[in-house]
Design a binder for this molecule. Structure first.
Ligand code: FEO
Length: 395
């Protein structure tokens, strides 16, 4: 594969992975992914920014040969996770004069994860440090929290090209590495944000603003296409990281005999009638990525669960656990459910969500099918949510 030049001796040397169907062994991929790596040829020195996921190592190394890359002076590691550093051991063998340039935290991660012990192989950089490639300067911006503590960005100063590591990425594959804005790309970038970046929403907000102020001409993330119009992705991040979400209720549920779903449907109709968007999500058949995307926007979460033995259904517990980890912006929550012979449904679910700052609206647990008095209680619950949403969205 001939490397695509992005600008002025800066090349894309990454690879698509169209076959990969799941990331982090957690959430399905809809469009595969790419592992982006960049070759920067200065007038005196050459650098590679981020490397390659280990199963793609041979193809990556062969491509470097085919493109005549016979000398590399610096390998920049913006982040230690192995999808970007996994080929470092092979690269430092192939280019023995190359130094690994990274920050102190990332260096520690690389030593632990890749067992590269030789201290002389590393150049450790701090925020705003620079390295000259001759006519190009690499400037390092330490950006902890988007998404690991070791994350940094590399700015190619003269070309106004910013390599943002995982930040602003997408699980997406392409022929031409320059992004073509589309609803499909927006969907993929949002799904990626929901799964990977949403837990760090405030840091994402901070770095979105910082990058807007920096005003780069290009954004080069570590997954997905390159943005020659950075505002496409930066404006989306401004929307997704905003404190106020959408007038929307997320309703994930699992219902063994239909009673819990009946309660969910009753609430959903009342919300829809009140002009609130409802996203109902069948936990058993739904795609976790879709739910994560809903949680980017929803201001309320109502979790429905049947009982299994004396506990919440394990798949509902999994959703509560996942939501707690993803840290969505939702401000209100409640629970509905149905039981056969007993148990504590809500205590466990509420405990699993305890990391979120949620105001809990009075939940409702019924024995068997919901009855007239239960629907009256659902009316009260719905009114409480509607009142909260009307207050949030009165303007
Ligand atoms: Fe794409 Fe955090 O690695």
């Amino acid at each position: 594969m001939k490397f695509q030049e992005i600008k002025n001796n800066i090349y894309y040397c990454g690879l698509n992975d169209c076959e990969r169907t799941i990331f982090d062994e957690l959430i399905p991929l809809e469009c595969g992914t790419s592992y982006n790596s960049y070759l920067v040829k200065g007038s005196e020195k050459t650098a590679i920014i981020d490397t390659m996921y280990p199963p793609k190592a041979q193809e990556y190394l062969d491509n470097l040969d085919k493109n005549g890359v016979d000398k590399v002076d610096y390998i920049i590691a913006n982040h230690g996770e192995q999808d970007h550093t996994g080929t470092l051991p092979e690269l430092i063998k192939k280019y023995p004069q190359a130094k690994i340039v990274t920050n102190a935290i990332c260096k520690g991660n690389i030593k632990e994860m890749l067992l590269i012990d030789d201290e002389d192989k590393f150049i450790t950089v701090k925020n705003d440090d620079t390295i000259s490639l001759g006519d190009k300067t690499l400037k390092f911006i330490i950006a902890p929290g988007v998404h690991w503590p070791d994350t940094m960005f590399t700015y190619i100063v003269e070309d106004r090209v910013l390599c943002t590591c995982d930040f602003l990425g997408a699980h997406y594959t392409f022929e031409d590495c320059i992004a073509k804005p589309s609803k499909e790309l927006e969907h993929s970038a949002k799904r990626y944000y929901a799964e990977i970046m949403m837990p760090f929403r405030n840091m994402c907000k901070k770095y979105t603003k910082m990058i807007k102020d920096l005003n780069p001409e290009y954004i080069l993330p570590s997954h997905g296409p390159i943005y020659d119009n950075p505002n496409f992705i930066l404006n989306l991040y401004e929307d997704w990281t905003a404190d106020l979400g959408k007038n929307m209720v997320a309703m994930p549920y699992v219902s063994m005999y239909g009673s819990t779903e009946e309660m969910v449907d009753c609430l959903a109709k009342k919300f829809t009638d009140a002009g609130i968007e409802v996203v109902k999500f069948d936990i058993v058949t739904g795609d976790l990525g879709d739910l994560a995307m809903t949680l980017v926007d929803a201001e309320s979460i109502i979790l429905g669960s049947s009982m299994v033995l004396a506990y919440p259904h394990p798949m509902a517990a999994n959703i509560a656990y996942l939501a707690n980890v993803l840290r969505p912006k939702a401000k209100f929550a409640s629970f509905v459910g149905s039981y056969g012979w007993g148990g504590n449904l809500f205590g466990k679910l509420q405990e699993l969500l305890s990391g979120l700052k949620l105001e809990i609206i009075e939940p409702l647990l019924v024995k068997g099918k919901p009855k007239t008095e239960d629907f009256e209680k659902l009316d009260v619950m719905a009114e409480e949510f509607i009142k909260k949403h009307n207050e949030l969205f009165k303007n």
